[in-house]
Design a protein around this ligand. Structure first.
Ligand SMILES: Cc1ncc(COP(=O)(O)O)c(C=O)c1O
Length: 401
């Protein structure tokens, strides 16, 4: 296990004496001082636009921003830096693929496959695009233990043009069989997209080995700032795609009749980007690497095991999903207590959990519930957090009994 007391000293939010049990990292994570300092340092000392300012602080800002591209490449073993595009979020990254790749390449009678387990960010963009084009959206179905029914991959055929699935589920924590999914998609020459919002922060991700065409994730779920996401894309595909948004910096030449595009990746970074947030993401990657991604993963796995053990002993609790390979996310309901009431009562004990449909309403439909509670763990959590969670759930359940 990690030395959590030491880690918490790095996170200012833990410096207060107020009870604070933060179990909602699948939604967003707390920020270490080094990330806050990196963002502040840009604003305090070298706030300038990038790629255009011809003075010292402008060059410093450009350099700091572009260095993060190299950091992302190294962090995820991406084949080259031109594959790394900065966006606002996972949501924007997936929309970029849906619009810039989808509008150009999808035709009527084509099919796109996603799964029933997707976050709305990897579902709604595909509904919008397939509807606009008259293409078909198909789903890899869910199985009872919160996994995907991989046998259904035999439905992929020549009409399947794109397959997009979550690397790790934000509801069940299931780490999907992405190697099998990517290989089945490649067999029919379909483009592959992975939503890595829940995976990149919690496990070693190797893009070269995964060999997917696109990979999306968000900085704020990996101790980085809000407002920065990443899309990793195969450069030949990115080069063949039209821009997603038009504006400054994404062009090469502009006349009144025609424009030509900047090289990849800048072709997809229109306007002034979130400079401070990108720089903060760089500090977040450094921080995670200094603790060790494998060490964080092992720590979370111990918490998951302990959490499942402790929570399963609570009378009236339903735990959802039991995939063999899963991250540190536990969805549950307790007796007749509505998940929202539970979350509100836990909050009075200083415990933060998520309650709702988790931006995955089709999963709620599958489970036959309107909502669930969800506890999720990260490097700053310990077993005591889980014990406090269990105590507070039991107390709340007694009130509603
Ligand atoms: C699996 C998954 N995909 C996509 C997203 C969307 O991320 P963002 O809101 O940062 O765009 C989330 C956020 O919870 C998620 O868990």
């Amino acid at each position: 296990m990690l030395d959590v007391n030491k880690i918490r000293r790095d996170f200012p939010i833990y410096h207060s004496d107020k009870p604070f049990v933060y179990l909602d990292s699948a939604s967003t994570t707390q920020k270490p001082q080094v990330v806050i300092d990196a963002v502040n340092s840009y604003y305090n000392s070298y706030a300038a636009n990038i790629h255009r300012a011809l003075y010292e602080i402008g060059e410093r800002a450009t350099d700091a921003y572009e260095q993060v591209r190299i950091k992302v490449k190294q962090f995820l073993n991406v084949p080259n830096t031109h594959s790394v595009i900065f966006t606002r979020s996972t949501t924007e990254s997936i929309n970029l693929v849906a619009y810039a790749w989808g509008l150009k390449n999808l035709r009527q009678h084509d099919t796109v496959f996603i799964s029933e387990m997707e976050h709305h960010s990897n579902l709604v963009p595909w509904q919008l695009i397939t509807e606009k084009i008259g293409a078909t959206l198909n789903y890899i179905p869910l199985a009872d233990n919160g996994t995907l029914n991989i046998e259904s991959l035999d439905q992929l055929n020549d009409q399947t043009k794109l397959v997009s699935v979550g690397h790790q589920s934000n509801v069940f924590g299931t780490v999907n069989s992405v190697n099998e999914i990517i290989s089945a998609a490649k067999n029919v020459n379909a483009v592959t997209v992975l939503d890595g919002a829940q995976a990149a922060p919690h496990m070693k991700v190797n893009i070269t080995e995964l060999d997917c065409d696109f990979y999306a994730f968000s900085g704020h779920k990996m101790v980085g700032p809000t407002g920065v996401g990443v899309l990793i894309g195969r450069t030949d595909l990115l080069e063949s795609m039209d821009p997603f948004m038009g504006g400054g910096e994404m062009i090469n030449t502009v006349t009144l009749t025609k424009s030509t595009w900047n090289d990849v990746p800048w072709k997809f970074e229109a306007g002034t980007p979130n400079i401070a947030q990108v720089i903060g993401l760089g500090a977040a990657i450094d921080y995670l690497q200094s603790v060790g991604v494998d060490a964080i993963h092992d720590h979370e796995q111990s918490l998951l095991k302990y959490g499942l053990d402790i929570l399963s002993q609570i009378e009236g609790i339903t735990l959802y999903g039991n995939a063999d390979h899963r991250g540190a996310v536990i969805p549950f309901n307790v007796g007749n207590v509505h998940a929202h009431d539970l979350a509100k009562f836990l909050d009075t004990d200083g415990i933060c959990i998520r309650a709702g449909h988790h931006c995955a309403q089709p999963i709620m439909d599958y489970l036959g519930v309107a909502s669930t509670a969800r506890a999720s763990f990260y490097l700053y959590n310990d077993k005591n957090d889980i014990e406090q969670l269990a105590k507070s759930i039991e107390k709340t359940a007694r009130i509603f009994d």
